[in-house]
Design a protein around this ligand. Structure first.
Ligand code: ADP
Ligand code: MG
Length: 256
C-alpha cells in the first residue's frame, strides 16, 4: 500500500494576518499511507495550516514539500495536480447538480482535452468522458453513495453531502487527502461511520490522510499520528497514547 505516496513535510511554517501570527514556526511530517491528525482548540491555527498546505495562504517563513514538489512555491491552482486533494470545512457542493456531476468536478484537472474539445464532442473526448464517469461512479460506490448518483446534491442529508464532498476530493486521485473538520455537524452515528470510512480510504486506496479536527474522540480512534497546535504553535507531536497523556495538551484543552 501507499505505493508512490511521498511524505508531506511542513517545515518551520509561519502565516501572519496583519498583526496576528496564526501559525508560528510550525513543523511536522505526514508519513506515507498514514492518517495524520492536526488538532487543537478553536483558533489554534488548524485551518490556517490546511490553507497554507493547499496554497490558499502564503507563508511568511518555511516551506511545505510533497516529494519533489515545493508546494509553497506553487499557486493554489497547481496543488491538486501534485496529488493533494481537499474536501471543504464548509460544504462547497453545487446543490442543484447531481452527485455524479459534483464528483466529476474533482476530475477536471485530469482531463487532457479541455473545454473546446469537449464542446466539439470528438470521439476520443467522448471515450475519455465515459472513462471518467466510470471512475467517479466507482468512487461513489466505495463511499456508499451510489444510490444517490443522479440526485441533486442539495436534496441529500448533511452526512451524505459530506461523503459527496470526500468523493469529489478522491476523484482527483490524490496521494494525500486533506479533510478539515469532516465530522462537524454530524451526529454520533454519522461520525462513527466516517471514522470507519477514513480508515478504509487509508487501507484500501492507500493514500495519506491529513485530518484537521477539534473533536479529540474522533481523532484518538483513527489517527496514526497527531500534531497538536495551540495559539499557532506546535505544543505536542506523537502517537495517540502519547498525546492523551501530554500535560501541555491537557492544559490547552481545559483552557487552563
Ligand atoms: P482553527 O482552524 O484552529 O480554529 P484558524 O486557523 O481558523 O483556527 O485561525 C487561527 C487564527 O488566525 C485565529 O486567530 C483567526 O482569527 C486568524 N485567522 C484565520 N484566518 C484569517 C484570515 N483570513 N484573516 C485574518 N485572520 C485570520
Ligand atoms: Mg478551523
Amino acid at each position: 500500500e501507499a505505493l508512490g505516496v511521498p511524505a508531506l513535510v511542513v517545515d518551520d511554517v509561519t502565516v501572519q494576518f496583519g498583526g496576528i501570527v496564526a501559525l508560528n514556526h510550525v513543523s511536522f511530517t505526514i508519513e506515507p499511507g498514514t492518517i495524520h491528525a492536526l488538532i487543537g482548540p478553536n483558533g489554534a491555527g488548524k485551518s490556517t495550516c490546511f490553507n497554507a498546505i493547499t496554497g490558499v495562504y502564503r507563508t511568511r517563513t518555511g516551506s511545505v514539500t510533497f516529494g519533489d514538489a515545493v508546494l509553497t512555491k506553487l499557486p493554489a491552482s497547481r496543488i491538486a495536480s501534485q496529488g493533494v486533494g481537499r474536501a471543504f470545512q464548509n460544504l462547497a457542493l453545487s446543490p442543484s447538480s447531481t452527485v455524479l456531476d459534483n464528483v466529476m468536478l474533482g476530475r477536471y484537472h485530469l482531463t487532457k482535452g479541455g473545454f473546446f474539445s469537449a464542446a466539439l464532442r470528438l470521439p476520443w473526448t467522448m471515450r475519455e468522458e465515459r472513462r471518467h464517469k466510470e471512475r467517479a461512479a466507482a468512487i461513489c460506490e466505495f463511499l456508499g453513495i451510489s444510490q444517490f448518483l443522479h440526485t441533486p446534491a442539495g436534496l441529500l442529508p448533511y452526512g451524505v453531502q459530506k461523503r459527496v464532498d470526500i468523493a469529489r476530493a478522491l476523484a482527483c486521485e490524490p496521494k494525500l487527502l486533506m479533510l478539515d473538520e469532516p465530522a462537524a455537524g454530524m451526529n454520533s452515528a454519522e461520525t462513527d461511520n466516517l471514522a470507519e470510512l477514513i480508515k478504509d480510504v487509508r487501507d484500501e486506496i492507500g493514500v495519506s490522510i491529513m485530518l484537521v479536527e477539534h473533536d479529540m474522540s474522533l481523532v484518538m480512534g483513527v489517527a496514526d499520528h497527531i500534531t497538536v497546535l495551540d495559539f499557532g504553535k506546535r505544543i505536542a507531536d506523537g502517537v495517540p497514547s502519547e498525546i492523551q497523556q501530554d500535560e501541555a495538551v491537557i492544559r490547552a484543552y481545559l483552557g487552563a
